[in-house]
Design a protein around this ligand. Structure first.
Ligand SMILES: [Zn+2]
Length: 261
């Protein structure tokens, strides 16, 4: 009897603890989000850094978006087929090279407008709450997909893609075409994003070689602070740690839709 009571008390405490964590996190996300008055200054630069702390202006739309001739996971015409011209050429080259080695790659999601990201983010916030949503969906302005320099590859956007032969090929070869695996495993404390083996980012040949050979992230390459480790900004640091924690849990259980970070 007494033990049961104890157990119930424990569970209640845990529930309250989790709820408090989520509410606190939610408030911090909001504070941080509306705190940003500066936008990224060089959005068209191919090595531009975009993350939770370096946001794109709602007005930014790349000028040279085109549709590469590659295989997609969907049939319909959509802006998400597009990337910037230089990226399109690199993708075509990479898809052809993969094919010659018996690897069939599929593109899932390229360019995404600020408005589209806002819509996805808001849908996820109403479904999961702001804290959980922020753990695996980038707030508007914080997604690399708005730059037209990123592409998600693969039929299924799960961690498992990293173990597939397509995922392994990508990890080994993407740099030869100017791409990096933008959110590698073990670098979550720097990128602020859980491992995403499917998300590749164009940075150009030289930068890609350097980033891949040194095993670093784009944050480290451009000499930026790790996301959430900004000295002095304790709010953001705590918020991102909570988000990361929730992101890890969600990564295990949630099925990713085709558009998130
Ligand atoms: Zn992505």
């Amino acid at each position: 009897m007494r033990q049961q009571k104890k157990l119930r008390k424990k569970r209640k405490f845990f529930r309250i603890f989790l709820r408090t964590l989520m509410i606190l996190g939610g408030v911090l996300v909001l504070v941080n989000h509306f705190d940003t008055d500066d936008y990224v200054k060089n959005p068209e630069h191919i090595q531009v850094l975009v993350n939770r702390e370096n946001q794109l202006s709602p007005d930014y739309v790349p000028e040279d978006l085109v549709t590469p001739q590659i295989r997609y996971t969907f049939d319909e015409d959509s802006p998400k087929r597009k990337v910037r011209r230089e990226v399109a050429e690199a993708l075509e080259e990479m898809f052809t090279a993969a094919e010659q080695e018996g690897i069939t790659l599929y593109a899932t999601s390229g360019y995404r407008s600020y408005e589209r990201q806002k819509q996805i983010y808001q849908e996820r916030v109403s479904a999961l709450g702001i804290q959980a949503a922020s753990a695996y969906v980038a707030p508007p302005g914080c997604s690399e997909h708005q730059t037209g320099l990123a592409m998600d590859i693969g039929n299924q956007l799960t961690e498992e893609f990293g173990n597939s032969k397509e995922g392994k090929w990508l990890e080994k070869n993407a740099f030869k075409y100017g791409f990096i695996i933008r959110y590698p495993k073990g670098k979550e404390h720097i990128t602020g994003i859980s491992y995403e083996p499917w998300h590749i980012r164009y940075v150009g040949d030289e930068a890609a070689v350097e980033i891949a050979s040194q095993g670093i992230t784009l944050e480290e390459f451009v000499g930026a602070d790790p996301v959430g480790r900004h000295s002095g900004d304790v709010n953001q640091r705590i918020s991102i740690q909570i988000q990361h924690f929730l992101g890890m849990i969600l990564n295990r259980f949630a099925t990713f839709t085709s558009e998130n970070n």
